[in-house]
Design a protein around this ligand. Sequence first.
Ligand code: TYD
Ligand code: MG
Length: 467
Amino acid sequence: MARTKTVYRCSECGAEHSKWQGRCDTCGEWNTLVEESVAPKVAMAAGGAARRIGGTRTLGEGGSVATTPRLRDISGSDAKRWKTGLDEFDFVVGGGIVPGSMVLIGGEPGIGKSTLLLQVAARLQASGHRTLYASGEESPLQVKLRADRLSGDAGDVELLTETNLETVLATAASAAPSALIVDSIQTVFTADLEGAPGNVGQVRECAARLMRFAKESGTTVFVVGHVTKGGGIAGPKTLEHIVDTVLYFEGESTLDHRVLRATKNRFGSVDEIGVFRMSETGLDPVDNPSELFLGDRHTHASGSAITALLEGTRPVLIEVQALAAKAGFGTPQRVATGYDGRRLALLLAVLDKRAGLSFASLDVFLNVVGGVRLQEPAGDLAVAAALASSVYERALPADGVFIGEVGLGGEVRPVSQVERRIAEAANMGMTRVFVAERGVPKRAGATRDVQVIGVRTITQLFEKLFA
Ligand code: TYD
Ligand code: MG
């Protein structure tokens, strides 16, 4: 069989090269050349090898006239989503799986991606949606042994152990399943490219072909992607651009709970999270994440503060722990887990300048409990309170929650949807919520069971707490 012609394209400037080289002649960038196929008759999916700069073609030449129906005449609705019954999963993807969509699930090795997808496959199969599980990572026996552990019966799921993408696609086209699972995108390859499986060109091309297959056949395609050291899914951002939905599966390897997070979703809201617990029989959805995250809390210790995060549409209470301890020689340490190091440095500077708390001779450790990543500025107030609590060695009120963004002037700023956060605090039995003064909800409803305390600056907060 004749090989498809391939070129190497610079991912920085788009220049085309006939063979691989370390540096792009055109823009001078290193390691940016990515192999890509130039099959003339196949319309290229995302990535666009068809884009031609300075080409000589006349407009419209070689094209055929397509139909252009009015939007109102297009049939189909959102009601066709498939529910797996794995509630946390359905919730994160936006209320069920959309037929013909492509979903990427990223995560570190061993976090539970294969387990989750096998459970999803079992549920889909049980509800009458034929499911094909293509594994390029494990032997049939390995997949079967995993299936045997699961509480749900995965016995009917069809298995293909194959790494050649053409074979996977041909098999899927003939079996015509409702869902195809490819575990993982880094192990499959297309014979049309020379590169080894897992390299950027291969990953991108395979993903583009799977996407085309999903759209043309109406099969939902799930792909597993391993994350690289930098935390991205290999095959840079391009892979995330190609697919409809990107889910990250995260968690601390020492803990048994896992957080599934949507970071891109063409069919639902992003940043929704679902929480699971890894048990002996697979992943169990956790109904009340706040309860789980606050479970092991030691309330009388200094340096512990609770905040209410809003992940997508769902508020979750989490604990922030700070420890400020006398530093040894040299530059004091700043170690943040689950929190941005630069944001910590900024808050330390604000505490120093605006509240007179010096950390110059202190090592500072900050930990967001439960392997959760605290990215929202709404968590600032809790981080500031935890840091101050550790310096003063005074515990914060055990039933207190801190919600607010801290500005460079030490001012406390209101955050979005504070009422929902307060309501979650009340649900969890908290009685005092500290928020920005301007952000105290006007309506009484949300604040029925809790005392909402408005503060203008961090200094004012510390006066209330430690006076
Ligand atoms: P796996 O799904 O293989 O991870 P990934 O595909 O992301 O690499 O899950 C690996 C871990 O999960 C492994 O350490 C064993 C554990 N596990 C359980 O604790 N319970 C179970 O029922 C299963 C199937 C796996
Ligand atoms: Mg796996």
